[in-house]
Design a binder for this molecule. Structure first.
Ligand SMILES: Cc1ncc(C[n+]2csc(CCOP(=O)(O)OP(=O)(O)O)c2C)c(N)n1
Length: 439
């Protein structure tokens, strides 16, 4: 996979010095600044914590970023884990590679500022707020070892598709399927306005989420400077969620034949945690400041913890010396020399925080259909052909004919094909499929 070229290389920039080993000057920056900072620290925080449990438990996990505008987070983590360099050989795991990564981010011939399918690192991701929860649910169907973590922005949570997605766990069978771990990220703002969920009284939000069938664990970053507290609290919440997921699954899997629960028994089999009661799937509500760890104020106005951090918090670094100085201080605050060695490679003690090989969320085969798909065994259409001696004389339903072909497709591919529809399989005349599969 190494060495794949990007299709087109945009204009060259003056040398970028990502590790700030040269004094930062205005022409080390791009003329057009583009990207979404506000959501990014939250995504990084969650990603790092998931890495901890992946390593501890050898847990297969998939990461879905509902706030797909936080492209910097998913791209950076794919690079830090080495996956990005394995795919794009010219973006190596060193200072030169980092400079090229920074150059190509949101730049002609490079990669989009949003997490996007055309960026070919295989981490699961989304570019559009609100539309992605079906991805995690689908990813764990018949995938009992997988946990898919999905970060949901509070702005995204106000969209119709996302609001409907809270019900999707009702389609999961704890015996045969994996689990989805929703992480509702209340950073308080969408693009330019406050969000409703972040302003609900906590008790009301808790009742709402319980009503949807979840067991919410709240983590609140009360003091943005006290990152240790935040890390401890979030780690405990992740541990509680994993324990809760395993308890639900164990209670349904012990001695079970692994077959799927049926929805036509009133949902009891699909939702039961042993006793027949529907389980409350664990989830996390993370309240953290938007743009956490970024510039606290700019030009006398609060930025961290407000909507002003949504995109580019320091927009005038080329023309405003105070902004440039703040940018330097901000970047230095991450102490790059403690993270990277003289060649710009991640220091081994830092690199080991990420899992290895296929357990890396950026490399998981669960997000790479090209590695997992197997061809369908398709019956010949001709065996379902309908003889029409003369046009307009016979009454034959094309949908019923299609249904009998679909029946044969299902019976030949019981392990890797599923017909999925909310309600209209029979009313759309595909009922022959019920000869070989349950509703
Ligand atoms: C379907 C869709 N509509 C609109 C947008 C434009 N958009 C980009 S960011 C954003 C706000 C997202 O807010 P939130 O989910 O709270 O994310 P965060 O605050 O973490 O950035 C919107 C509406 C989008 N990306 N997708």
């Amino acid at each position: 996979m190494a060495g794949r070229e990007l299709p087109f290389r945009g204009p060259d920039l003056p040398a970028l010095h990502p590790l700030l080993r040269e004094p930062l000057s205005a022409d080390h920056t791009k003329s057009r600044l583009l990207g979404h900072w506000g959501t990014t620290p939250g995504l990084n925080f969650v990603y790092a914590h998931l890495n901890r449990v992946i390593r501890r438990d050898s847990q297969e996990m998939l990461f879905v970023a509902g706030p797909g505008h936080g492209g910097p987070a998913v791209v950076a983590n794919a690079w830090l884990e080495g996956t990005y360099s394995e795919i794009y050989g010219q973006v190596g795991p060193d200072e030169a590679g980092m400079a090229e990564l920074f150059r190509q981010f949101s730049y002609p011939g490079g990669i989009p500022s949003h997490a996007a399918p055309e960026t070919r690192d295989p981490s699961a991701k989304a570019a559009n707020s609100g539309t992605r929860w079906p991805t995690p649910t689908g990813s764990v169907f018949d995938n009992p070892r997988l946990i898919t973590a999905v970060v949901i922005g509070d702005g995204e949570a106000e969209t119709g598709p996302l609001a409907a997605s809270w019900h999707s766990h009702n389609f999961l069978d704890p015996a045969a399927d994996g689990a989805v771990l929703p992480i509702l990220h209340l950073n308080g703002y969408k693009i330019a306005n406050p969000t409703t969920m972040a302003r609900m009284p906590e008790e009301q939000l808790e009742q709402l989420l319980r009503g949807y069938g979840h067991e919410p664990y709240f983590v609140t970053v009360k003091n943005p400077d006290n990152t240790e507290q935040a890390h401890r609290d979030f780690a405990a919440a992740v541990d509680n969620c994993l324990a809760g997921i395993r308890a639900i699954q164990d209670s349904r899997r012990g001695g079970a034949d692994g077959s799927r629960g049926k929805m036509d028994d009133g949902g009891a089999a699909a939702g039961a945690a042993g006793s027949g009661a529907a389980p409350h799937w664990p989830m996390i509500v993370l309240r953290s400041p938007k743009g956490w760890t970024g510039p606290r104020t700019v030009d006398g106005l609060q930025v961290e913890g407000t909507w002003r951090s949504h995109q580019v918090p320091l927009a005038e670094v080329r023309t405003n010396g105070a902004h440039l100085k703040q940018l330097k201080e901000w970047l230095k605050s991450y102490r790059p020399d403690e993270l990277f060695d003289a060649d710009g490679r991640l220091r081994p003690e830092v690199a080991t925080n990420a899992p290895a090989g296929d357990l890396r969320m950026s490399a998981t085969p669960h997000a790479n259909g090209g590695l997992l798909r197997t061809p369908l065994n398709l019956p010949a259409c001709a065996t379902h052909a309908v003889g029409v001696a003369e046009p307009g004389t016979e009454r034959i339903s094309p949908m019923i004919t299609l249904g009998s072909w679909m029946r044969d497709v299902i019976s030949l591919n019981m392990e890797n094909f599923r017909l999925f529809g909310p309600d209209e399989t029979a009313s759309n005349r595909l009922q022959s499929v019920y000869e070989v599969t349950d509703r």
